[in-house]
Design a protein around this ligand. Structure first.
Ligand SMILES: CC(C)(COP(=O)(O)OP(=O)(O)OC[C@H]1O[C@@H](n2cnc3c(N)ncnc32)[C@H](O)[C@@H]1OP(=O)(O)O)[C@@H](O)C(=O)NCCC(=O)NCCS
Length: 264
């Protein structure tokens, strides 16, 4: 095998994720371009195709740009040490606006949490493609399996409605711990302060349990993630860009055929 390409339909949005990899010794011969073009022929509909460019795989960027992709959004993914003095200082400085309370997820009815996450997921993933509401219960069930209900936090308003969430998935991928945090409604009043206080509740719980590294997920297109990240203590990060490729690949298809690569 000289390389492979995968095309995966997103679980709940009308878009595909494409991943191409070519053996080190056989790169720059047009194989990656050919694989990218060919794999899209198996798609049953002309949906947008997304690709991930991680900081750990820098060659993906010129490749994605060669294919006509453009950056759809950045995912800065900052890392924090909840036990550090800087993080404890940040956590202590967050003030919950009057009339709101935070609670560990374990104290909130499961159906309310699912509904709050579904609302958040729907607005936050609109830039990826059309969200399919009927798929959300299955996506939630899969995701919920990795979420720790004692580390995760929710924020309620005076009427008891959940307005912000901070969902912690400990050691869920490659030993890494991630948090998904945002407001339930995109246009939530006082959204940044509510999000900060809700995240702080999770960071306190993580510190109490001795977690020394947690990474915060989120997109540059999210309502409160960019201003939130500006306030966090400085630390390491593992950024990723999501590229968008138009469904029409005719231009790439014709340019790749001129290179006559070996058969993949
Ligand atoms: C990204 C990847 C799939 C490209 O596969 P490929 O078969 O080499 O791609 P192609 O030959 O079709 O390249 C098409 C175009 O992409 C761009 N490109 C690909 N690799 C590039 C590189 N190393 N540097 C600059 N541009 C590059 C060029 O524009 C190239 O056209 P050109 O060769 O006419 O200049 C391959 O490098 C890969 O598998 N990378 C994943 C692993 C990785 O990134 N590791 C990082 C190690 S530091």
């Amino acid at each position: 095998m000289v390389g492979y390409a995968t095309l995966v339909l997103s679980p709940a949005t009308d878009s595909y994720f494409c991943d191409v990899s070519v053996s080190l010794a056989l790169r720059r011969r047009g194989i990656g371009t050919r694989l990218f073009t060919e794999v899209q022929r198996v798609a049953d509909r002309p949906l947008p195709v997304l690709g991930r460019v991680m900081s750990s795989q820098p060659l993906r960027r010129p490749f994605a740009e060669h294919l006509g992709g453009s950056v759809l959004m950045h995912c800065p993914t900052p890392a924090l040490d909840p036990t550090s003095a800087a993080c404890r200082h940040w956590t202590a400085a967050q003030r919950l606006p009057e009339g709101y309370v935070t609670a560990p997820m374990v104290d909130v009815p499961a159906e309310e949490v699912r509904a709050a996450w579904s609302s958040y997921f729907t607005w936050a993933h609109q830039p990826f493609g059309v969200v399919r509401p009927e798929a959300l219960p299955t996506v939630w069930d899969d995701y919920r399996g990795g979420v720790d209900a004692t580390l995760s936090s929710l924020c309620r308003d005076a009427d008891g409605a959940i307005v912000a969430l901070s969902l912690v998935s400990p050691e869920v991928w490659d030993g890494r711990t991630f948090i998904v945090a945002e407001t339930v409604d995109r246009d939530q009043p006082l959204g940044l302060a509510l999000l900060q206080a809700t995240l702080a509740a999770s960071l306190r719980a993580l510190a109490d349990r001795g977690f020394e590294r947690v990474e915060i997920e989120g997109h540059s297109s999210d309502a409160h993630i960019p201003p939130l990240f500006e306030t966090l203590p400085a630390g390491s990060h593992d950024p990723m860009d999501l590229y968008l490729f138009a469904p029409d690949r005719d231009a790439v298809s014709s340019s790749s055929t001129s290179k006559q690569p070996p058969q993949p």
